[in-house]
Design a binder for this molecule. Structure first.
Ligand code: NAG
Ligand code: NAG
Ligand code: NAG
Ligand code: ZN
Ligand code: ZN
Length: 726
């Protein structure tokens, strides 16, 4: 037979086959490099599981069939599975299911601890975060998980910022410091220690899991027309399905997503976190990457980990890093970061070629297990680099609620519907089962009866964004009056016309008459009107370091404070005596360190003092601000005549010499300064540290090392000004 004939025959057969049975084309199955199946036998898996979760001791197992069967029966009973004593498929499936790392049996030999807390006002500290979710989503998931338990007990949970917390929460991988290592993706998800001192009561989450709210990655959006709503994956655009943000349909290379399932009908969208929108940390104030950029003589057209040993992706924010040394870190792309395969941690590259076909989204093609995957270079056929696409992830809220149950003293239950069952399962229902409620109330009793409608001394109990009761030391107990969760203090946006209206009782004139010989403990305002005491001010209008003194402005007056002079507070002085052009209500103030010019902001007006000479009021437009900026709420001088100006959630770069903002530099505060409140009312620099104020508190951040991290949250009066606490 000639080769031609056999080809024709084969085609005919194929053709016949297709028409005879209208089956879908047989899928091609591909062997993916690095796609190792677990090489544990079922028996090895079972032995390891039984040991790890407390059902056996190592010695007990040996090769004894009897003891394996006995241990299996105990496990099957504990997990409410059919008690066969065999390694049947139900039991194996249970052993492969994602679960909590706390042993089911005999845990008090392993995780020692007291059975319960002996106080009811518990505190927690979120020590660090996973990159999988925006920080506010993580904060909120934990707050809701605590609320699950406070709703049925007399317990309260207050967020604090420090090791004195009862419950310390952290994300870690593998061995993370306590001798109970995590195991990579899936399997063991988290563990927690029963109540007690030190590590007792703490909850740890495996950061190799994909943390979500249980239904896939959570990607917040920016700008667009959906008001920051998260992306909806998958979504349809021009008839195609997308499981990740895309640049399709745009010529500017910006990533975007639909915030509903169907863009074509709903047309709701936003831009996705990406290095073309902004960078994080670094030294470029959040400016986006510039591509291509040069680093050590090489040209880069994407973020890189080159030059770093920690694996963080970064880019230059000018075309030449070698010359300008300006850089930032690239936002995590949770929607396309792959796991497993042979390039874990890299990003999907769309489109990619697989068996000659182009794919612009993750696919199940080529696999028998139905899992979504993508290539991490543009051609799988030649490069063979791939990984799994993000899955549904595990609900941080549900896993945290379970772990906090342990942190309060609960054990695992064998009721499969209960929150304290050791296996993870996603539900949208309230997670507590009566079995959980019975357990926790056995330890702590039921909720305290709700007090009658209370007079206005509300205590901010268990609000997700409750103010930090920083430092467990005793604080004056009158609650902050205006709850910080209230509307962001009503901006009386429009310019208060100048003029120091309500003149407070005349203060001493400008030159401080108080003798500096007085010891530091002598409060300079002791016998005066309480209104003159700086310690009685709850919220200052503006705070700024001017000429080595911290200046604190409030209602037409100001105080000066110097740590160098034994923490002496001087004042109050009248603003109009020193700076007569100013209104009494200021929004923010800063001194530009080079020129010593002092900028005062109030509503949409700005005044610039050079010594006694004033320029202004001028309108914010003159500085290059658009009409959407109603006020400037803070300023951080950054050297070289550059200043960051803040307005609520955004900030801009300002050049003090040209007195103009760079309108393209608008960035979001939470991106560059993670962990500070978004509704702060003042930002200032003091002794080279940045202070972000909300309500009566400040968040202090060290800006020196490029990694902007909150290092302290405290009261402005007690901790910064050292006011006595009564
Ligand atoms: C969180 O902190 C713990 C303890 O310091 C550390 O082991 C862990 O690596 C940290 N995790 C992250 C994600 O930073
Ligand atoms: C897109 O996804 C939807 C829902 O998963 C599915 O019904 C539809 O067939 C998909 N369309 C395409 C073009 O793949
Ligand atoms: C909790 O309450 C006890 C007793 O009322 C008190 O001594 C302790 O300081 C409180 N702790 C916190 C963190 O509020
Ligand atoms: Zn558990
Ligand atoms: Zn741990």
């Amino acid at each position: 037979m000639s080769p031609w004939l056999s080809l024709v025959l084969a085609l005919l057969v194929l053709g016949n086959d297709c028409s005879a049975a209208p089956r879908p084309r047989q899928p091609t199955v591909v062997v993916f490099p690095g796609d190792l199946r677990t090489d544990l036998t079922n028996k090895q898996l079972a032995e390891e599981y039984l040991y790890r979760y407390g059902y056996t001791q190592v010695a007990e197992l040996s090769d004894d069939k009897q003891s394996l069967s006995r241990a299996l029966r105990v496990l099957q009973k504990r997990l409410s599975l059919p008690e066969t004593g065999e390694l049947d498929s139900t039991t194996l499936a249970a052993m492969r299911a994602p679960r909590c790392g706390v042993p089911d049996v005999g845990r008090f030999q392993t995780f020692e601890g007291d059975l319960k807390w002996h106080h009811q006002n518990l505190t927690y500290w979120i020590q660090n975060y996973s990159e999988d979710l925006p920080r506010n989503v993580i904060d909120d998931a934990f707050a809701r998980a605590f609320a699950v338990w406070s709703a049925v007990t007399p317990l309260t949970f207050t967020r604090v910022y420090g090791v004195e917390a009862d419950i310390i929460i952290q994300f870690g991988v593998r061995e993370h410091g306590d001798g109970y290592p995590f195991d990579g993706k899936d399997g063991l998800l988290a563990h927690a220690f029963p109540p007690g001192q030190g590590i007792q009561g703490d909850a740890h989450f495996d950061d190799e899991e994909l943390w979500s709210l249980g239904k896939g990655v959570v990607v917040p959006t920016f700008f667009g027309n959906a008001d920051g709503a998260p992306c909806h994956f998958p979504f349809t655009f021009e008839g195609r399905n997308y499981s990740a943000c895309t640049t399709d349909g745009r010529s500017d290379g910006q990533l975007w997503c639909s915030t509903t399932a169907d863009y074509d009908t709903d047309r709701r969208f936003g831009f996705c976190p990406s290095e073309r929108l902004y960078t994080e940390h670094g030294n470029s104030d959040g400016k986006p990457c510039v591509f291509p950029f040069t680093f050590e003589g090489r040209s880069y057209s994407a973020c890189t980990t080159d030059g770093r040993s920690d694996g963080y992706r970064w880019c230059a924010t000018t075309a030449n890093y070698d010359q300008d040394k300006l850089y930032g870190f690239c936002p995590t792309r949770v929607d396309t970061t792959v796991t497993g395969g042979n390039s874990a941690g890299e990003l999907c590259v769309f489109p990619f070629v697989f068996l000659g076909q182009e794919y612009s989204t993750c696919t199940r093609d080529g696999r028998t297990d139905g899992r979504l995957w993508c290539a991490t270079t543009s051609n799988f056929d030649s490069d063979k680099k791939w990984g799994f696409c993000p899955d549904q992830g595990y609900s941080l809220f549900l896993v945290a609620a379970h772990e906090f149950g342990h942190a309060l003293g609960l054990d695992h239950t064998s009721v499969p519907e209960a929150l304290m069952y050791p296996m993870y399962s996603y539900t949208e229902k309230p997670p507590l089962h009566e079995d959980d409620v019975k357990g926790i109330q056995h330890l702590y009793g039921g909720p305290r009866p709700k007090p009658e409608p209370r007079p206005p001394t509300t205590t901010p109990e268990t609000q997700p964004t409750a103010p930090p009761t920083v430092c467990a030391t005793v604080r004056p107990s009158e609650g902050p009056t205006a709850g910080p969760t209230g509307p962001p203090s009503p901006g009386p946006t429009n310019a208060p016309t100048a003029g120091p209206t309500g003149a407070p009782t005349a203060g001493p004139t400008d030159s401080p008459t108080r003798a500096p010989t007085a010891g530091p403990s002598v409060a300079p305002t002791e016998s005066l009107d309480p209104a003159d005491n700086v310690c009685n001010v709850d919220i200052f209008d503006a705070i700024a370091e001017i000429g080595n003194y911290l200046h604190l402005f409030k209602d037409g007056r100001y105080w000066r404070f110097s740590e160098a002079q034994g923490r002496l507070v001087q004042g109050p002085f009248l603003i109009r005596d020193k700076w007569p052009a100013l209104p009494s209500k200021l929004d923010s103030v800063f001194e530009e360190p080079q020129s010593k010019k002092i900028f005062f902001f109030s509503g949409r007006q700005v005044w610039v003092y050079t010594g006694a000479t004033v320029l202004g009021p001028r309108r914010l437009d003159k500085l290059g601000f658009g009409p959407e900026v109603a006020q400037v709420t803070g300023a951080l001088p950054r050297g070289g005549g550059k200043v960051l100006l803040f307005s609520r959630q955004n900030f801009w770069r300002f050049d003090a010499k040209s007195q103009m903002v760079d309108p393209k530099s608008a960035s979001r505060v939470d991106r560059t300064f993670p962990g500070v409140p978004t509704n702060m009312h003042d930002v200032f620099l003091y002794r080279d540290k940045a202070y972000f104020c909300q309500d009566r508190y400040y968040w202090r951040m060290n800006l020196q090392n490029g990694i902007n991290q909150v290092e302290e949250v405290n009261y402005v009066t007690y901790d910064l000004l050292q006011c006595p606490e009564n």
